[in-house]
Design a protein around this ligand. Structure first.
Ligand code: ATP
Ligand code: MG
Length: 332
């Protein structure tokens, strides 16, 4: 079976609809016919300012949400990145074959430092994509289900894998991004020109999966729509409505054209009200399941520890092979 690897950062109390529709939903689907590795990437989360206590809580909340979304820890290997040391070890190696120029071209770093300025950012935030490359390569993953914003990082990963293979002999599988076009980029409800993001969306712009369902409904109803009153999918002129149509279609499995027909001549009000209902129907059981998983922290930690052990069965041999190729003297 082909291998799949992906990760999510514990940088917020809740995942949002972008995370779910852009990535996590695919993770759940892919575990059926893939050997799947899914992780909560806490090493990535410390690249920006954070609170240690909140990180621990958010890491567990992230794992609980993945379970609630349908990740099955029997079929998939679910773990926390910091519990598998080979990620960080391989990241160092990868950083030694990455050019400063190519690292500097990564747009996520530019986006995330647009406000505070690059001088105030950490080196870790700069090398983030190199750690991500190591995450993927250490599992010899074939596919990486992510949102559109991560495409460039998967491209870098491919370049690094090919470079290493060329220089030191075939070692890594060269992975492919797995991006579902329709939901690859979910936009901020208040600013439909930027992506919905845990760290940069305003509270009103983001629909969190763990929000009070009533609060989510309200956010949908007050989402920015565009002038006019026709519910049509026009990303250029009506990005707000297009975004809501994307979410509506993804949650119900109904075609966008079908939704356009249904709301023809009815205006935005009805459309938003119905979408709010659809969202409430989705988040209500999701939230309950997540809270149930969080009730038993010992069990949650045990699931993650077992996952880390299974992960290491793959990462240790990969790293040993890499160290050998690099010319390191074998250790004890
Ligand atoms: P942060 O703002 O802290 O970077 P984030 O919201 O971007 O958080 P991540 O943990 O970085 O979330 O990303 C997890 C996964 O969710 C990635 O595969 C990413 O591509 C995907 N993703 C994030 N935001 C969106 C979005 N708005 N639309 C589609 N996919 C998204
Ligand atoms: Mg992100």
């Amino acid at each position: 079976r082909p291998r799949v690897l992906s990760g999510i950062q514990p940088t917020a109390d809740s995942f949002h609809f972008g995370n779910y529709l852009g990535a996590v939903r695919q993770w759940v689907a892919l575990q059926d016919d893939h050997e799947a590795f899914y992780c909560v990437v806490d090493l990535h989360a410390i690249t920006v300012e954070y609170d240690p206590k909140a990180l621990r809580e958010r890491t567990r909340r992230s794992a609980a949400q993945l379970l609630a979304a349908g990740i099955d820890p029997e079929r998939s290997t679910l773990f926390v990145q910091s519990q598998v040391p080979e990620h960080a070890q391989l990241a160092w190696v990868m950083s030694c074959i990455t050019g400063m120029g190519e690292a500097s071209r990564m747009t996520q770093f530019k986006d995330k430092t647009a406000k505070g300025g690059a001088d105030r950012a950490t080196v870790g935030l700069f090398t983030y994509p190199i750690l991500q490359a190591a995450d993927i390569l250490v599992y010899q993953a074939d596919r990486v289900p992510v949102g559109e914003d991560q495409r460039q990082h998967v491209e870098l990963t491919r370049d690094l894998a090919q470079r290493f293979n060329h220089r030191f002999g075939k070692t890594f599988r060269v992975p492919e991004a797995y991006i579902v076009k329709e939901t690859a980029k979910i936009f901020d409800l208040q600013d439909p020109s930027s992506k919905m993001s845990k760290s940069s969306s305003s509270a009103a712009g983001i629909i969190d999966l763990l929000d009070e369902p009533k609060a989510s409904a309200k956010k949908i109803r007050s989402a920015v729509t565009d002038s006019g009153r026709d519910v049509v999918f026009d990303e250029e002129n009506k990005p707000g409505v297009a975004n809501l149509l994307t979410i509506y279609s993804a949650l119900t499995g109904r075609k966008i054209s079908e939704l356009e027909d249904e709301y023809a001549g009815r205006g935005y009000g009805d459309f938003k009200k119905d979408l709010a209902d659809v969202v409430v129907e989705f988040v209500t059981p999701f939230r309950e399941k997540t809270l149930t998983y969080l009730d038993d922290k010992a069990q949650l930690d045990a699931i993650l520890a077992a996952g880390a052990e299974r992960a290491r069965a793959v990462t240790e041999p990969t790293l040993a092979k890499v160290y050998d190729r690099l010319g390191f003297v074998p250790g004890p």
